[in-house]
Design a protein around this ligand. Structure first.
Ligand SMILES: Cc1ncc(COP(=O)(O)O)c(C=O)c1O
Length: 385
């Protein structure tokens, strides 16, 4: 008898609030079908109020936001920019767009984010990077007090890549507002989505003015089309911003559900000796975007085997980001680690880690299905050993 295929459990799918359509309808009713309009301005103001910062610029993607942030900081040909190795490639690609060279920094164990000790080592060889991209991975803040102390000592600005951490805090302060410039992503799998989109946030108005200029094709104030600089078409559409406004209204609800999912796994797997949930550093509250775990050292099972097994049971997981210093496209790029145990922390997390389903539409029954399948998998593996 063939096994009945169970409902598909997704990693993290868009979760509409029901408020989105009224903002979109308003855009249609008023014919604001453009890369500007009341939803764009409203979304920017609402993000500022939520995150506790002064200015925001809604853009077509988080990647575009990183690109313009680095451009504002003067990154150009021949410059060096520090970036964590354990991240999505979009954190590093804009460094290349600008003709600069990334230098990758290893993770610390406590949060999987940029290691202050490895950062300090990188400064010994490269004392004058133009900027540092700090990522808050999987919804958890990096250790900014330590990283900023090093950055400030060398007078290097931080671009805070908070693509994955909207709503998370570091010592009570919302992530995205800690670096000189912060960025968020509203891509389809993020904690809130606009289908695709991003936001750049800053405390200083002059940053936003310049970013807006570049994001709208660098048109000069003139009675005709006058351009002295190369610009980009990077603004968010007013229709898309309407989705964002509807989503932002339930962001705190989504964070609460993400935390519930993470806590559920922590509780369920506490006696499972093969698996360990990702560490939560004590200095802040993550938004728990994705619940990640590692297979404990010494267990001869690769995450791929577990992910394949879950996929065969219609459960979607995902590998941990493959570190940038291992990517063919970044071959030869310098990498700094500070791991007394030897191999890099990022490589170790990649080798042993995986993302478990973290979809906010999951029911307790779905969660129990994931937990049962994971436990069965290790049970069967143990029996084989
Ligand atoms: C850490 C990180 N940085 C940057 C991005 C880029 O954002 P976007 O997809 O909106 O361009 C993403 C996600 O896609 C991300 O996870």
């Amino acid at each position: 008898m063939t096994e009945k295929k169970e409902k598909r459990i997704l990693l993290a799918s868009p979760h509409m609030s029901g408020y989105e359509m009224s903002y979109i309808q308003e855009a249609f009713d008023t014919n604001w079908i453009a890369p500007l309009g009341p939803n764009v301005t409203g979304f920017e103001k609402e993000i500022c109020a939520y995150a506790g910062t002064n200015y925001a610029e809604a853009l077509s993607s988080g990647t575009a936001a990183i690109h313009l942030a680095l451009m504002y900081l003067g990154v150009g040909k021949g410059d060096t920019v520090f970036c964590p190795s354990l991240t999505f490639s979009a954190s590093a690609n804009p460094i290349i767009y600008l003709g600069a060279t990334p230098v990758f920094i290893d993770s610390e164990r406590e949060s999987w984010n940029m290691s202050p000790a490895a950062l300090a080592k990188a400064f010994e060889k490269y004392p004058h990077p133009k900027a540092i991209v700090v990522v808050n991975l999987y919804g958890q803040s990096a250790d900014f007090d330590q990283l900023k102390a090093i950055a400030d000592e060398h007078q290097v600005p931080i671009v805070e890549d908070a693509a994955e951490s909207l709503g998370a805090t570091y010592k009570g302060v919302k992530t995205g507002t800690i670096g000189e410039i912060g960025i968020y992503s509203f891509n389809g799998n993020k904690i809130i989505t606009t289908s695709g989109g991003g936001m750049l946030v800053a405390r200083e108005k002059k940053i936003i003015e310049k970013v807006e200029f570049w994001a709208t094709q660098a048109k000069e104030h003139a009675p005709y089309y006058q351009h002295k600089e190369i610009g980009y078409n990077y603004r968010m559409s007013n229709v898309v911003a309407g989705i964002g406004r509807g989503q932002l209204r339930v962001l705190d609800e989504r964070i609460a559900k993400k935390k519930y999912i993470f806590d559920y796994y922590v509780d369920a797997f506490q006696d499972l000796e093969e698996l360990e949930m990702m560490p939560i550093a004590g200095y802040g509250e993550p938004n728990y975007w994705l619940s990640c775990a590692t297979i404990r050292p010494g267990i001869e099972v690769r995450p791929k085997a577990l992910l394949d097994y879950l996929a065969s049971k219609n459960i979607e997981g995902r590998p941990i980001w493959k570190p940038m210093h291992l990517q063919p496209v970044f071959k030869g790029v310098d990498f700094f680690s500070h791991n007394p145990e030897g191999t890099s922390v990022a490589e170790d997390i990649f080798a042993r880690g995986l993302c478990l389903p973290s979809d906010t539409k999951m029911t307790d029954e779905d969660l129990e299905r994931v937990v049962t399948r994971v436990s069965w998998f290790f049970g069967a593996e143990a029996a084989r050993r």
